[in-house]
Write a protein that binds this ligand. Structure first.
Ligand code: ADP
Length: 204
């Protein structure tokens, strides 16, 4: 996939309304909270709960969920390492646009490769990417088997299933670690909200 525009005649046009102006309009800052972890670890549950809590506080946030994006923007991508990389790259670019527009983005994708997550971190402004490792043993994820996918993967019906037949690379220095086999959902949500307050993205 190209990293430079295909045409030489593409130029960058500067925004007329800046980040600070949008933050003043909305009354809060923006950035991306990137949840990563195995299927069933709790990414969507926590991201949706944080989104709801922020909404109640009149903060504009938007949660991107794994399967939904694959129904539209990334409909042409599968689960090979190359396609997973492109999946994450596109999501990162969309997150960046949402952040530029003033919205806090919460992403809930397995995003198993460290390099792909680091590439998203690299395109966002310094301090605007919060990596949340949703840390849950594969045995517990398999016990939960929210969507019945582990059962299918064990039966050989899903090739390249993360944690079973495809790798998961845990973050080395995530901003937050949530051990969801030990913590309640509310405790996880509180931890994320505290981080957003500490970063002054939202008021306490
Ligand atoms: P993922 O988005 O990572 O695939 P889901 O959020 O869809 O995972 O599913 C996680 C499951 O684990 C849900 O059924 C949720 O109720 C349960 N769960 C138990 N404890 C937690 C926790 N602390 N945080 C998030 N989910 C939890």
């Amino acid at each position: 996939m190209p990293e430079q525009p295909k045409s030489k005649h593409i130029t960058w046009s500067k925004a007329h309304v800046g980040r600070k102006e949008r933050a003043a309009l909305l009354g809060h800052g923006s950035g991306t909270v990137w949840f990563t972890g195995l299927s069933g670890s709790g990414k969507s549950t926590i991201a949706m709960a944080v989104e709801r809590e922020l909404f109640q506080r009149r903060v504009l946030a938007y949660a991107f969920d794994g399967d939904n994006i694959r129904h539209g923007l990334n409909v042409n991508l599968g689960f090979s390492p190359e396609h997973r990389k492109e999946n994450i790259r596109r999501i990162g670019e969309v997150a960046k646009l949402f952040n530029d527009s003033g919205v806090i983005v919460l992403t809930a994708f397995i995003s198993p490769y460290r390099e792909d997550r680091d590439a998203v971190r690299a395109i966002l402004p310094e301090g605007r990417f919060v990596e949340v490792f949703v840390d849950c043993p594969v045995e517990e994820c398999e016990r939960r088997d929210v969507k019945g996918l582990y059962q299918k993967a064990r039966a050989g019906k899903i090739p390249e299933f993360t944690g079973i037949s495809a790798p998961y690379e845990a973050p080395v220095k995530p901003e937050i670690v949530l051990r969801t086999a030990e913590l309640a959902v509310e405790e996880c949500v509180d931890r994320v909200l505290r981080e957003l307050v500490n970063r002054s993205w939202v008021a306490s």
